[in-house]
Design a protein around this ligand. Structure first.
Ligand code: PLP
Length: 407
């Protein structure tokens, strides 16, 4: 099956609107992706026809909502190549997933002086929860740098392991540089040394087929809103041995089987890590988004985006006044850049916006990476399955205008 980008674009109603009197060129999918009709329709149907709280009611609507909600566990498992839905904790996104690992797993198995290895290009969501452990428990954070291309040497991550290392937490794909990390080598090496691995899949799962069994990781969080699903949805894969090491960290309804004045009996995993009424409709929409992606074929999506990446790379490299950060050979179609001269990233993005081109400017929630690059801010154009070569051309044309204005 080939990938028909025109048909895909027709599935996303927002792409046909104008911004500032110009056709929208949406290059901010790395922050959050647009939603296809099937997701929008599923949300509408859920609220207008099938809404009730899940797990608690015996009435018809509650059964329908529960069945749809619970079905998403198996969909996520299929999407991630996990053995079954019992390895999937449903949540509001990667931030919640990583915090769950910090509170439910790490705080249960780590003690003062234990070490966590991080790469310098992590998103704050994969940094701040570990700082909590540093400040509250005396856990040590060990940082591994990227090279001049933005590549991360997996051996350097493994070489950083000491007898006190308990976890390697690393992104699968950098949200700033587009670098794809060889997480399989890291996870297999870590496993041989008895070290757990958390692979932040927020960006990678959007752009390439993922198989957690093949990667060999212990935790793999993903976030629904970047996967063309609703905001406030997400999931984390947890290897069963690690799930058994976790202690519930949020208490409330749904995660319990029995509550008495002197005793609580928890529900089985994964539900014992899901307290309270979840994002019911968000999660149902998330499942529809994943089915949509799988229907298109992750290999097809990846191939289309590779073509875009090569086209964009070639065009952007031709602009000798543009400094592109991250030149890894097999990177994703994510380009962070600054303009030679005085123009601040915010000024560039404002000019691009006037041309209908939406990009992100700032630190992209990656403070340590910005320090490493010696940048205070960059602009980032992040491409998705619905982008075209014409979008690249529009970006380049708007950048040339910036150059003329600010040079
Ligand atoms: N990790 C990476 C690599 C990201 O790009 C993001 C979002 O930008 C996150 C984590 C956090 O995801 P969320 O805010 O959806 O929880």
């Amino acid at each position: 099956m080939s990938f028909d980008v025109v048909a895909v674009r027709a599935d996303f109603p927002i792409l046909s609107r104008e911004v500032n009197g110009k056709p929208l060129v949406y290059l901010d999918s790395g922050a959050s992706a647009q939603k296809p009709n099937c997701v929008i329709d599923a949300i509408n149907t859920a609220y207008s026809q099938e809404y009730a709280n899940v797990h608690r009611g015996l009435h018809y609507l509650s059964s329908v909502a529960t069945e749809k909600y619970e079905g998403v566990r198996a969909t996520v498992a299929k999407f991630l190549g996990a053995q079954d839905g019992n390895t999937i904790v449903l949540n509001s996104g990667t931030t919640e997933g990583i915090n769950m690992v910090a509170y439910a797993w790490a705080m249960n198995v780590m003690t003062e002086g234990d070490e966590i290895i991080l790469s310098v290009m992590e998103h704050h969501a994969n940094i701040v929860p570990w700082h909590f452990l540093r400040t509250r428990m005396g856990v040590k954070l060990v940082w591994v740098d990227t090279d001049a291309n933005g590549d991360l040497d997996p051996q350097k991550m493994l070489d950083a392991i000491t007898p006190r290392t308990k976890l390697i937490a690393v992104t699968h794909l950098s949200n700033v540089l587009g670098t794809v990390v060889d997480v399989k080598t890291i996870c297999h090496g870590a496993r041989e040394r008895g070290v757990a691995t958390l692979i932040d899949g927020s960006q990678a799962a959007v752009h390439m087929p993922v198989n957690v069994e093949d990667i060999g990781c212990d935790f793999y969080p993903i976030t629904g809103h970047k996967l063309y699903g609703p905001s406030g949805s997400g999931a984390i894969y947890v290897r069963p041995e690690r799930m058994a090491e976790m202690r519930p960290f949020m208490g409330g309804g749904d995660m319990i089987r029995e509550v008495h004045k002197t005793e609580v009996i928890y529900n089985d995993a994964p539900m014992k890590f899901e307290a309270g009424t979840p994002g019911i409709v968000e999660t149902i929409g998330f499942g529809v988004a994943l089915e949509y992606m799988m229907g298109l074929g992750m290999d097809n999506i990846a191939a289309h985006e590779r073509t875009l990446r090569d086209y964009a790379r070639n065009k952007l490299e031709g602009l000798n006044w543009l400094n592109v950060q991250g030149t890894s050979a097999d990177k994703a179609a994510i380009f962070s850049f600054t303009l030679e001269g005085a123009a601040h990233a915010h000024d560039i993005s404002t000019v691009l916006d006037k041309k209908g081109v939406a990009v992100r400017a700032g630190q992209h929630c990656t403070g340590p990476l910005m320090d490493h690059l010696g940048q205070t801010a960059t602009c980032r154009a992040s491409f998705a399955m619905y982008n075209t070569k014409e979008d690249v051309d529009a970006l380049v044309e708007a950048l040339e205008l910036c150059h003329r204005l600010f040079a």
